[in-house]
Design a protein around this ligand. Structure first.
Ligand code: 13P
Length: 286
């Protein structure tokens, strides 16, 4: 029996019924547990995302795939394991082979034709195994993994449509004004008329990156109405983790058990994921 679901299935429902599923980034056991516990509690589908740097930190895609698979055994919600922002075909392939059910190929720094060519190649091997693919058009700004901070380049709706048709991707991350990271580093906004136009012609689930900070809940909800079906959250989880661990260490000068220390961070992440699920309206959709 299949334990994990692919992204396409989870997003088709969300896109049709106007809610979004959070894609929460993990790099270890506790963050994964927090995402899963919150999702189970709220009866929301869960997308667990790992960036290339998180994969290096954990020791490769196989260890993360095994962890997510075991942690998901017996849960009653759909769970997607997603590769976030792969810059190479090879890493996408390694993740597919390891058991990921969704991969993003991010060719946003490449010339357009190369982005199309490699994304298409990823789609071919992914779809052969029932794995979904996300692509990127334009440049989502901010600081991301191994990359230096980049300026936003908004997506062009016609190019977004051409890219989606040519590659056969299941979900599109189109740059509509947001940026990865803390709001202080990247003042964020959503260009709603651009988003509306892209949704009108692309007609596929759209992905909002860099959505942790700087965007009001009201604007997140508005974006969901305009076709956003997957919302990536990383920074807010890190902030919640750090806040709880810092508070615990300040309050308790003698604590030395890593489980108590990391466990406090895990609780912080769980609460944050629950709040995001409420804003995205994905509760009771599992
Ligand atoms: P934040 O770090 O701003 O939450 O963005 C996460 C993201 O988009 C990962 O792809």
């Amino acid at each position: 029996k299949k334990i994990m679901t692919n992204l396409k299935k989870v997003l088709q429902n969300a896109y049709k019924r106007h809610y979004a599923v959070g894609a929460f980034n993990t790099s270890n056991l506790e963050i994964t547990q927090a995402i899963l516990s919150a999702s189970v509690k709220k009866k929301s589908p869960a997308i667990i995302a790992t960036s290339p740097k998180a994969i290096d930190y954990a020791g490769g895609p196989k260890i993360l795939a095994a962890m997510v698979k075991e942690a998901s055994r017996g849960v009653t919600i759909p769970v997607v394991l997603h590769l976030d922002h792969s810059k190479t075909y090879e890493l996408a392939k390694d993740c597919i082979d390891a058991g990921y059910t969704s991969v993003m190929f991010d060719g946003s720094r490449l010339p357009y034709n190369d982005n199309v060519r490699i994304t298409k190649k990823v789609v071919k091997i992914a779809h052969a195994k029932g794995v979904s693919v996300e692509g990127e058009i334009g440049i989502i700004g901010g600081k991301e993994d191994y990359l230096k901070k980049r300026k936003i380049v908004l997506a062009d709706p016609k190019i977004a449509n051409d890219f989606t048709k040519k590659t056969g991707i299941d979900a599109l991350a189109a740059a509509v004004g947001t940026a990865h990271g803390l709001a202080a580093d990247a003042p964020e906004r959503i260009d709603f008329s651009l988003l509306r136009e892209i949704n009108k012609i692309v007609k596929k689930p759209l992905v909002l990156h860099g959505a942790s900070q700087g965007i009001s809940d009201a604007n997140i909800k508005k974006a969901i109405k305009e076709g956003i079906a997957k919302i990536n959250i990383d920074t807010d989880l890190r902030v919640a983790f750090a806040k709880e661990v810092r508070a615990l260490l300040k309050k308790n000068k003698t604590v030395y058990d890593p489980r108590a220390i990391i466990g406090s961070g895990r609780d912080g992440i769980m609460k944050t994921v629950e709040k995001k699920i409420a804003v995205f309206s994905s509760q009771n959709k599992a």
